[in-house]
Unconditional design. Sequence first.
Length: 435
Amino acid sequence: MRTANLVWHNWARNQHCAPVAIEEPGSDAELAGLVKQASTNGQRVKVVGAGHSFTDIACTDGVQIRLDNYRRVMSIDPERATATVQAGIHLAELNEALAARGLGMENLGDIAYQSIAGAISTGTHGTGARLRGLAAQVIGLELVTADGSIVSCSPAEEPEVFSAARVGLGALGVLSTVTLQCVPAFNLRAVEEPMRMDEVLDTFDALAGDNDHFEFYWVPHTGWALTKRNNRTDEPVNRSRVNELVNRTLMENVAFGTVCRLGRLRPAWIPRLSKLMKSGGRNEYVERSYRVFTSPRLVHFYEMEYAIPRESVVDVLKQLTSWVDNSGLTISFPVEVRVAAADDIPLSTASGRDSAYIAVHVYWGMPYEQYFRGVEAIMNRVAGRPHWGKMHYQTAATLAPRYPHWERFQAVRRRLDPEGRFANSYTDRVLGPIS
């Protein structure tokens, strides 16, 4: 345990807190013991994985539990295509372990250094019109609750707890182990190329529906979008490491980071600098799925993301591009657009509806509030749901009507954590105090 000079900050360095103690358990028994001790001491408990959330979801003035020593693979069953892992394992480690046994995850987001617990608890989703987010790939959980007991849950055992805890915001307890339904490992044929934004919007339904995974990035102050189409293939991997180095590291990080830094120094240059982003041309290759889905993120930023009804996406994007063009703001980061299928998880951003996701970013150190509030106002018109780990200005009062199973989650929360052991200022704001 560490008890002196305890200051924690997240990846984006926009959230800080000073826990009274930091603990790093390595076993279930240690994890349960820490929660019991905090309960005895009347302290709140929050868990942090990789710290990639942009909100204060992991902040606490109580006991902070870090999962750096709690990230082992417990078992992998290739025949059933299942894997059970400790909650702190990073997705990059999980992907490699699965690949070594001929397995993979059917869908992933674009960040691989998240912990599995953080990824599912905040609703990480990836893209694919027929595919659901990461939490929907979970088939079993173990959860340390407020009294230090361990609850095992699945669709057959404690089904209400299982349903809620897959996207639990850390408000129901501490995830101990996660069991995932995997798929046989597969390759993807990736086609990355710029397209005119008006063409993307005119053919969006076809692009999203005809590809296993589709996403695009609108470049503000231009009429261009950078598109990514990824489809399953039996073709062998043919991507060279030179191709990966040039496109993923040099172009997406080093060169883009330079553009962002120049834009921060001279915001008036941003519209002209933005035109450079479409200059890469077409890039096509075949690679293992998880190496296509995920990318290094060396450029730091702040992010807001909203899930909206899939059928609203083109109209919302037209409103957004018009608002940006007329706002007087200069935006250096592309706007990311993805899709996902509906699921039945109470606090999933895709709960009960096929969804499109619109993410906006601002380079680290630049002002963001005017931009983010303007975007949020547009999303509010279509009952948009914010990503739980990304910045937003919503409260429990504004969010509750947007989730048809809000009260189901709250009932599980009241049952498992009646004293608010796992609450903090973020959960008080977005879920409301436990009552």
